[in-house]
Design a protein around this ligand. Structure first.
Ligand code: ATP
Length: 253
């Protein structure tokens, strides 16, 4: 792996005394690649993802030790503004969460927050983001309608467009297709595959076939630790650990 974009070093997290959720997590994420995090429910996948853009710190009583380097610099450093970090490391959640506003305004939202006022620039960037999110052709004639009228799969692509409009370097996807039908799921998978040309992607998924299809690297988590981390083909075809094999063959989880 070339110089990783993110390095997680000895990360531990608890949600309060006696509620340790992550332990001794070490992981290096490759730039412009898709890394899948797999593991049973409650193994700490979402918590780990939410550490990467410091979203987890909004949970009361959370305690984090260890470090996460982003482009070689600690994300916990005094110079880091979490809001700026969250713009550089965008996130999309399991359930599509468009804002109660028009399709256009959803995508323009982050750009406006960053101070963009030019209607021409906003128009251009919204269009680019919608094209990149493979939604443009379906919405180009109705950018002014409420986002809520879109289907679930379209809403998820809209939320991805909103996330990429502000040009993040990393995209965190937490079960991005689990609430979608098979066709919408396929579209999201194709989208993930295409987006890695421009972004580094970390995707949490319960769906093993999906992880095998979309990712370059895969990390198997169990009980708050990374049991095994390897390129996806090796992890799925020739795992080193019995626990990984048991999980990917459906013997537990
Ligand atoms: N805000 C919170 N406060 C307290 N405990 C939490 C919080 N969020 C998660 N947990 C606990 O941390 C553990 C790991 O949860 P997490 O959501 O990270 O796992 P997960 O692997 O993503 O699970 P799933 O696949 O079900 O989403 C669980 O025991 C969960 O109950």
């Amino acid at each position: 792996m070339s110089q990783p974009i993110i390095e997680i070093k000895d990360l531990a997290l608890s949600y309060g005394p006696g509620r340790a959720v992550l332990n001794n997590v070490q992981l290096s994420l490759e730039r412009n690649a898709v890394t899948a995090i797999i593991g049973a429910s409650g193994s700490g996948k979402s918590s780990l993802l939410r550490c990467l853009n410091r979203l987890v710190e909004l949970t009361p009583k959370v305690r984090i030790t260890g470090d996460i380097l982003f482009e070689g610099e600690s994300i916990f450093g005094a110079r880091i503004d979490p809001t700026v970090l969250r713009q550089r490391i965008g996130m999309v959640f399991q359930k599509p969460n468009p804002f109660p506003m028009s399709i256009f305004e959803n995508v323009a939202y982050g750009l406006r927050l960053l101070g963009e006022k030019s209607p021409r620039v906003l128009q251009e960037k919204v269009e680019q983001a919608l094209i990149a999110a493979a939604l443009w052709d379906e919405v180009r004639d109705r950018l002014d309608v409420q986002a809520a009228v879109l289907s679930g799969g379209q809403q998820q692509r809209l939320v991805i467009a909103r996330a990429i409009a502000v040009e993040p370097e990393v995209l965190l996807l937490d079960e991005p297709a689990s609430s979608l039908d098979p066709i919408s799921t396929l579209r999201i998978e194709e989208l993930i595959y295409r987006l890695k040309q421009n972004f580094t992607i970390v995707v949490v998924t319960h769906n093993m076939q999906q992880a095998a299809r979309v990712s370059d690297w895969a990390a198997f988590m169990h009980d708050g630790t990374i049991v095994e981390y390897d390129n996806t083909t090796t992890l799925f075809t020739n795992p080193r650990e019995v626990r990984t094999e048991d999980y990917i063959t459906g013997r537990f989880g």
